[in-house]
Design a protein around this ligand. Structure first.
Ligand SMILES: [Zn+2]
Length: 204
């Protein structure tokens, strides 16, 4: 980082994510069918460019100094990682490219290149087990690059399946359970299915 940015506490980070509804509390039906009291949609905070840049600057400031200095290139998996990756790349003043799936395989398109020996930082918005991140990691290694680390806005607390060191900005375990055992259903609380396209704004 070229200049000292104002630092954020964990409480401030959580507050920003809640205020922008990137983290919602209530009663939700997840796409898996399970129920939860927390719903994460990082795109909601990334709607706000300045907030995104502030959060990314804090993410970068929390990286070990040697990694901050050594990164040549930020790589993000599309679509979720692109906006955060862009903000991280601004904080580092480095290039950003993204990977996409082609026939279910993670690839580089658009003439993007990872130069051999490039020191890569992978940026993703939210990581549960990091399946997409692992695919990006494999792609970087296959291209002859090095993965110095992985950053994300939120770590949902699954065991990461990638090998590189992980530097999430916020740890947030989000428990979920089967509908039959849901204490929020038992209380008769209205349920929302935000992952469902047509029901996004309506109780179901
Ligand atoms: Zn429920």
């Amino acid at each position: 980082m070229t200049k000292e940015a104002k630092r954020m506490t964990d409480d401030e980070i959580l507050a920003v994510l809640e205020e922008t509804q990137a983290i919602r509390r209530g009663h939700f039906r997840l796409t898996s069918g399970r129920h939860s009291d927390t719903y994460i949609q990082c795109a909601r905070v990334l709607e706000h460019p300045r907030l995104s840049l502030t959060l990314a600057a804090e993410t970068v400031a929390r990286l070990p100094e040697d990694i901050q200095q050594a990164v040549d290139l930020v790589v993000s998996p599309a679509v979720g990682g692109i906006l955060f990756g862009f903000a991280v790349a601004v904080a580092l003043d480095k290039r950003i490219i993204f990977t996409e799936r082609e026939n279910a395989v993670m690839v580089l398109r658009r003439s993007f290149e990872i130069p051999p020996g490039a020191n890569v930082l992978i940026a993703e918005d939210v990581v549960t087990t990091g399946g997409s991140v692992k695919e990006v990691e494999s792609l970087v290694l296959a291209s002859g690059g090095e993965v110095l680390g992985v950053v994300s806005l939120i770590d949902r607390g699954g065991a990461p399946v990638f090998a590189a060191p992980f530097y999430p900005l916020l740890h947030l375990k989000t428990p979920s359970w089967e509908p039959e055992t849901c204490f929020l259903c038992e209380k008769g609380l209205e349920i929302y299915a935000p992952g469902s396209r047509n029901l996004a704004k309506h109780p179901v």
